[in-house]
Design a protein around this ligand. Sequence first.
Ligand code: NAP
Length: 245
Amino acid sequence: MPAALVTGGGRGIGRAVAIRLARDGFDVAIGYRSDAEAAASAAAEIEAAGAAAVAFGADVADAHAAATLVGSAEEALGPLDAVILNAGITRDGLAVRMSAEDFSAVVDTNLTGAFHVARPALRGMLRRRRGSIVAVSSVVGLTGNVGQANYAAAKAGLIGLVRSLAREAGGRGVRVNAVAPGYVATDMTAVLSDEQRGAILGATPLGRLGEPDDVADACAFLCSAAASFMTGSVLAVDGGLAMGA
Ligand code: NAP
């Protein structure tokens, strides 16, 4: 069976991606930061779908922990064919009031953390001349957003990272892409006020929030043979919110 690693795979979008990849025939390693219970329940759901599953706690902002995560996943499941760089956090606030710590924490997890996981995974993929990496960026990385200078900078940075890795790895047949979800119903967006939610729905042509499965479908597509001529692309999964950005 091919093997996949999904960071932040215990909850929200990552969980949906992990389960979807299992249904597509991947054995799946889940990375989580602190919610071991959620990761274990995602692993149980993957096993129920007939695939092997393992879960490892690792803070992706820590380069050593991220490399250990990739090593542990490969030791348990074999060489990784797909890696989903999904772990992410928010620490919102207007830029003029944002602390340097809140800016760095979001960049360290959402952008540098993705690099920490991608680097060791890519080494093996380049040697084997196959593999697919998908980073979970955001519409906000394309458009910017009030109160999210840290998050938008990290998500825009992910697009630069993906396009650079795509150029470096393309010659070896390794593909690197991003998805840019709009607002998706997860713990991360559960904190939105009714007013914020109304504004988002009003600006979204399809008139609803995304579901984690919407993003999982796009990630699974990018990891599949159906996307074999796609690399360096940024697939919007946003109900039309950022059209044209
Ligand atoms: P979520 O429900 O809050 O889940 C975030 C996941 O990331 C959790 O599994 C968490 O682990 C993990 N994580 C956070 N920091 C980590 C760290 N330092 N090391 C390892 N894992 C870490 O969020 P979500 O909505 O599913 O978001 C998933 C991704 O999609 C994020 O990158 C987010 O920015 C992006 N995204 C979300 C939306 C949206 O509207 N929800 C839109 C666009 C993009 P624990 O379970 O252990 O806490």
